[in-house]
Ligand binder design. Sequence first.
Ligand code: TMP
Length: 204
Amino acid sequence: MQKGKCITIDGIDGAGKSTQIDFICAYLKTRNINVVLTREPGGTEIGEKIRKLLLGSATKMHDETELMLMFAARNEHIQNKIIPTLANGDWVLSDRFTDASYAYQGGGRGISVERIAELESWVLQDFAPDMTLLLDVDVEIGMQRVVSRGQKGRIEQEDSRFFNRVRDAYIARSQKFPERIKLIDASQDVENISNQIQKVLATL
Ligand code: TMP
């Protein structure tokens, strides 16, 4: 069924995804590729409501509730947006995807990989992105960028130890899936990062 390609972009908070998302959309346009930009948690009407629950309030939430809500939003996203878009022949660019659950709820919160994999096989079945761009940057740099953006979301308020665990889990994912996950050195200047991304996108 899938005709278009699905690219996801991930990394710790403050890794610089937004700037590079603009670059990727512009680059794909020059190749006459129709790309639908979307995000997680979110991307659908229900998903955006779940996003508000997850990120909007400071109310304490059980770690596994957080994980299940991420996957509930993801189910809606895959079934009602990603699969229909790809079937239509368009490409999907998702600002975050399942790797974020392994990094944040797995690495950050300490939920076991096996537990997350259960939800992944239930919700994703045999779906996987064609390529994932992992923007890797030092935790201190990422946290400074988040501070300069203003008000922090519920998860962004975690400390540097949390974000170091998240970063390590992302890197472990990229080592486990080197074909799909392309590690991008996001400590470089914006143009250099875009160049790295363009090189790997060209292989698609
Ligand atoms: P962002 O859209 O601004 O990147 O924020 C999304 C936040 O949600 C970010 O702190 C990472 C977090 N998140 C998870 O913890 N698990 C997930 O599965 C996803 C998709 C996001």
